[in-house]
Design a protein around this ligand. Sequence first.
Ligand code: FAD
Length: 418
Amino acid sequence: MTSELQNWSGTYRFTARQVIAARTIDDVRRAVAGGGRVRAVGTRHSFNDLADNGATLVTVTGIAPDPVLDEASRTVTVGAGTSYGAIAAWLQERGWALGNLGSLPHISIAGAIATGTHGSGSRNRILSAAVAGLDYVDADGELRHARRADPGFDAMAVGLGAFGIVVRVTLDIEPSYLVRQDVYAGMSWDGVLAGLDAVMSAAYSVSLFTDWSGQSLQAWVKRRLADPEDAVPGEFFGARRDLGPPRLVDAPVDNLTVHGIAGPWSDRLPHFRIGVPPSNGDEIQSEYFVDRHSGAHALEAVRRLAGLVTPLLLVSEIRTTASDRLWLSGSYDRDTLAIHFTWRNRPGPIDAAVREVEAALAPFGARPHWGKVSHVQGGQLELLYPHLRDARALFERLDPDGRFSNRRLERLGVRVIR
Ligand SMILES: Cc1cc2nc3c(=O)[nH]c(=O)nc-3n(C[C@H](O)[C@H](O)[C@H](O)COP(=O)(O)OP(=O)(O)OC[C@H]3O[C@@H](n4cnc5c(N)ncnc54)[C@H](O)[C@@H]3O)c2cc1C
């Protein structure tokens, strides 16, 4: 039944035999109680076989969001299959906000947090760090609750679907705020490499876009403003504010969030608007997380590969995230520079280029994004994630028969090989 099921970009074809579209939490419990291998799938925006299992998949995106606001504890609890765009709009209507968002509001909360999805901002942690609690269906089909203070929670917040099917998520919130984003064109590579930390920390969220050729980059700068009329500088580290319509590869300008005018956080933190496709999706993505202290050297290493990378690339985005304590987070225990590649959909040459990029970034302890293309394997990951063994031990204890496991988790050393 799922021979047609593909990921969002059409670059991965699922092998699962059936997908159960749950409408209620009881549907999820029944699906798990049915036996065999079972695994959650979200909005299928990952670029590898992480969500697949050759057997039964369950999606919770059809369960009603039913958001519950707790102003006293500053949290919202919502159906895990809800998109970030939907909960962001709901919170904004009530004067509340999330601390950050990824570039795309279309993705499900459960799928995003499971892979350590992040936005940008040197003081902003990845989206999973805002998870205060999880309701999930365990390997026996029972509904369980886990809170931030519980032992092992640090493995579950970036949980890779490895311990159960998350049905509701509790997220930290804060009062709503205004954001304005502006594009600055013509930032010099020399200036960025000389003052990387200053550049990336100069606003609430800074993204640099490049194709690695030439001498300059483009910066997307998102500032929190107290007043919508607050002035923003015309220059950013020598780059000029670009007053024309923003451009991001071939995305129509109407698909991008508004630039040059302050607005609610929910409409400015993502690069893409909810409700429209971000681009044609004919792409492959990979991304690596390095210690920010060696970030400039890591960027120089990729720049040396420009001859190989640029012709295969749609665009690269460079972002930062703050250190956290989540065992499988790309930012575990280190302030991080994230180096992302949106490749053209040319699997053979991209495969080779990804291997070259990984070799160039290996000396910097580069951790690959769990949801994107990568060839980094289990033994290497144990060196990159000091708590990988602890996470594996926890997942094995919660799911002793490996019902939520799959080949990729086994290859990565996140679950034992069966
Ligand atoms: C256009 C585009 C832009 C992107 N932008 C960013 C970005 O800005 N930052 C970034 O870090 N990443 C980004 N990504 C990557 C994306 O955020 C991740 O791949 C994310 O996992 C996608 O969420 P999903 O719901 O589609 O998950 P899926 O791909 O469907 O699943 C991913 C993982 O989540 C698990 N999962 C899903 N639902 C549940 C559940 N209910 N319970 C337990 N586990 C579950 C699955 O088992 C699987 O292991 C982008 C991807 C695309 C295509």
